[in-house]
Design a binder for this molecule. Structure first.
Ligand code: ACO
Length: 328
């Protein structure tokens, strides 16, 4: 029997028009551009317009990903949306994206793993393809964090932004006995969660607990500590699983939470800055959207090209964290 694997056919992203700078934040908050840039690397973020929903951002990113893949929406038989800021408590935002794309077959559902959501969604999509259950999958990370921020809390509200990004994955079949070396597509995914750390990063609301939407709460220093340790170890796990050395990685695309986290992980791993993609200055932390947005930027800048080995990884609320190694 031929072996099936997932290859990356297209990538697209979307950022809302409105840009909110650090300078603007100083008008309503006791903060400064200097503090935000030196502690986080963030200079600005995009904010969704009134009435612009997570599904709208996701649909725009999906349309662009399909365009880059040269595929019609009708080719898609599975849509997985990673989001922590769904349009509604239910139905899944993915079903709204499905309807907006005009797709009436296949299935669509959401994955909720906060900032690691895109890696979790990629793993789900990859496994559906490998199991022979899907041929063409839209994997989308989309967020409107501006709707769950406490805009009076300077500890958190300066860190996040809105946006969406998407990949199109397609099934490709290898002939029996085909050589693994240099094969394109998703090589492996690695997922972890540890619910003991719920209280260092959470939203203080929900349909079952408070019947409110709630606001994001965080113990920043604790999150920072776990982020650096877990991201370095899951990167090593992904490389070891594929018997690949760090030197083989062409481009490292980490979750864009804070430039100090990105730099610390890269330093721990021994990756030179030239191989690290950093977009947090322009996008801030867009949670599940941050990796596909960063991929889009790196592709546009010519930094990710066919054949490149790309290491993606993220950590977020749960705690949950994971990595994906892919050959473009
Ligand atoms: N402007 C000015 N001062 C501020 C601000 C602000 N926006 N926010 C906090 N401060 C103050 C604090 O009140 C504190 O003042 P104090 O010393 O008088 O009490 C001081 O700055 C230092 O605060 P710390 O929290 O110790 O600052 P730290 O250097 O740890 O940086 C930060 C805070 C940026 C949140 C950091 O801990 C961090 O990046 N943590 C990771 C969190 C993260 O990225 N979360 C995103 C979600 S999770 C994820 O995506 C991985």
């Amino acid at each position: 029997m031929n072996r099936v694997r997932s290859v990356i056919r297209g990538c697209g992203s979307y950022l809302p028009n409105r840009i909110l700078t650090n300078e603007e934040l100083t008008k309503s908050l006791d903060t400064s551009d200097e503090w935000i840039v030196s502690r986080t690397g963030i200079r600005r973020r995009h904010i969704a317009a009134e009435g612009e929903l997570t599904s709208d951002l996701a649909t725009r990113a999906a349309e662009r990903a399909l365009l880059s893949a040269g595929l019609p929406a009708a080719a898609v038989d599975l849509i997985v949306v990673a989001t922590t800021t769904p349009d509604d408590t239910f139905p899944a935002t993915a079903t709204r994206v499905q309807a907006k794309l005009g797709v009436t077959h296949g299935s669509a559902f959401d994955v909720q793993a906060v900032c690691s959501g895109f890696i979790f969604a990629l793993a789900v999509a990859d496994n559906f393809i490998k199991a022979g259950q899907s041929e063409t999958v839209l994997v989308i990370g989309a967020e409107t964090y501006s709707r769950i921020l406490d805009w009076t809390d300077r500890d958190t509200c300066v860190l996040f932004g809105d946006g969406a990004g998407a990949l199109v994955l397609g099934a490709e079949r290898d002939a029996e006995g085909a050589d693994d070396a240099g094969r394109r597509g998703i090589l492996s995914t690695h997922l972890h969660s540890d619910g003991r750390y719920r209280d260092i990063l959470f939203v203080d609301g929900g349909p079952s607990s408070t019947q409110t939407v709630g606001h994001l709460r965080m113990t920043g220093r604790e999150v920072f500590r776990h982020a650096v340790t877990n991201l370095a170890s899951v990167a090593e796990e992904a490389l070891a699983a594929n018997a690949l050395p760090l030197a083989a990685v062409d481009v490292f695309v980490p979750h864009q939470a804070n430039v100090r986290i990105v730099d610390s992980v890269a330093r721990r791993l021994g990756l030179p800055p030239s191989r690290v993609v950093s977009t947090v200055d322009r996008h801030a932390n867009t949670s599940a959207a941050s990796i596909p947005l960063a991929l889009g930027t790196a592709i546009d800048e010519g930094r990710i090209r066919p054949g490149h080995l790309v290491l993606m990884e993220a950590i977020g609320g749960g705690l949950s964290w994971g990595a994906c190694l892919a050959r473009w």
